[in-house]
Design a protein around this ligand. Sequence first.
Ligand code: CMX
Length: 438
Amino acid sequence: MILHEKISAQLPAWRERMKSLAKEHAEVVVDQVTVGQIVGGMRDIKSLVSDISFVDPAEGIRFRGLSIPEMVKALPKARGNKMPLVGGLYYLLMIGEVPTRELALEVEAEWAKRSEVPDYVYKMLKTMPKETHPMTLLSQAVLALQNGSVFASKYHTMKKDVYWEAALEDSLDLTAKLPIIAAYIYRLKYFGETKKLKYNSKLDYGANFAKMMGVEDKKGYAELARLYFAVHSDHESGNASAHTMHLVGSALSDPYLSFSAALNGLAGPLHGLANQECLGWLLEVHEKFSGVPTRDDLYKFAWDTLNSGHVIPGYGHAVLRVPDPRFMALLGFAKERFPEDELIRLAEMVFDVVPTVLKEQGKAKNPAPNLDAISGTLQYYYGVRNFEFYTVLFGVGRALGVTSNYVWARALGQPLERPKSLTTKMLEDVVAKASQPA
Ligand code: CMX
């Protein structure tokens, strides 16, 4: 398999680099940690290594060095389309090089081969109470698949230096099955459909997903799926879902156990669930003002939200200090295809007004939008209107980034993660000592 071949070829050099850092430079100081960082959610503590993606606060995400516009331009496209093949993106994340169209299609073909979902997973999903949140269903389905983990079954017989090979097998199997599982959850939960879904090996990942969702593709839902999965794939390693995958994986829990845990982090309202919250907020505005409000009305509404003690979903970010390029990419997609849509116009007006309001309030370090400020609006346009489902789409995309990280973490022998905690008294003692005159 091409990803296996390419990683094998790169591995000796990467292992040397890691060995040199660990053995020869272990004492070099990278940064200092402040009390504020410790009690403030570990913001900005530089303590993870990932070469898959990097977020510059002033610029946003780069996947293997490529910004989103560069990535979209460079990667091979589905024929007659403008958005990259998801197989090409996975190749880029895993290998760090832009693949040819043939290589991207090899990854796509590998997914088609591995896409069948076992019967018991369908049965398990059907058995769950109807009101179960779709993210719970997704996480459960991933956990159910753990039964087939190559990593878990070989763990006692394989040597450490080949952990990554089993991890790659599981990652390909898992990512191959996610479009079917996600589309099945959608059709089961919202339309009561129980028929098993089949992956069409003649179609790419994005087109398969669009088809299985049953969304009319004339207007480009497959294109949206390709872009959507790409922009949601990775956002360096400190965010809640990626970090959870890394932490659980560091205990040598297999990719299924680790990704199920990551999804549970993604399901939190301050992380992935914000996309459903954000569309809810936009629709509330739309309903209250019977359409797109005036700028003044929106300004007042945003202040009312803050004054009622709520955050404005889709705005702010723990790392970014500029409008999220993922937001800009999705907004650009919408403006090119359906600029007159009322919710898109409203989302644009919110982009104009809310940063001003947040700046006036003076709390948020970043008053600009993150990708959740727009992602649900595009789904809504294409008729996927069950908000609760949106984080599932985020999850399918996120799998691409976190499994790439998982494979490389095992390949480079990254150890069990175990930061140190202090007691409050210990911290107070540190503060007291620091405030004494020298
Ligand atoms: N609306 C209102 N207040 C906000 C705000 C927003 N959109 N963003 C930040 N603030 C507030 C914080 O709640 C915090 O208030 P307190 O001091 O009272 O606790 C203060 O501003 C400082 O926060 P910050 O340092 O700027 O931001 P954090 O790193 O603590 O949090 C985030 C980041 C994303 C959780 C926060 O901006 C937020 O809650 N945004 C809305 C939810 C959202 O869009 N989440 C999706 C993030 C993207 C993702 O991970 O998927």
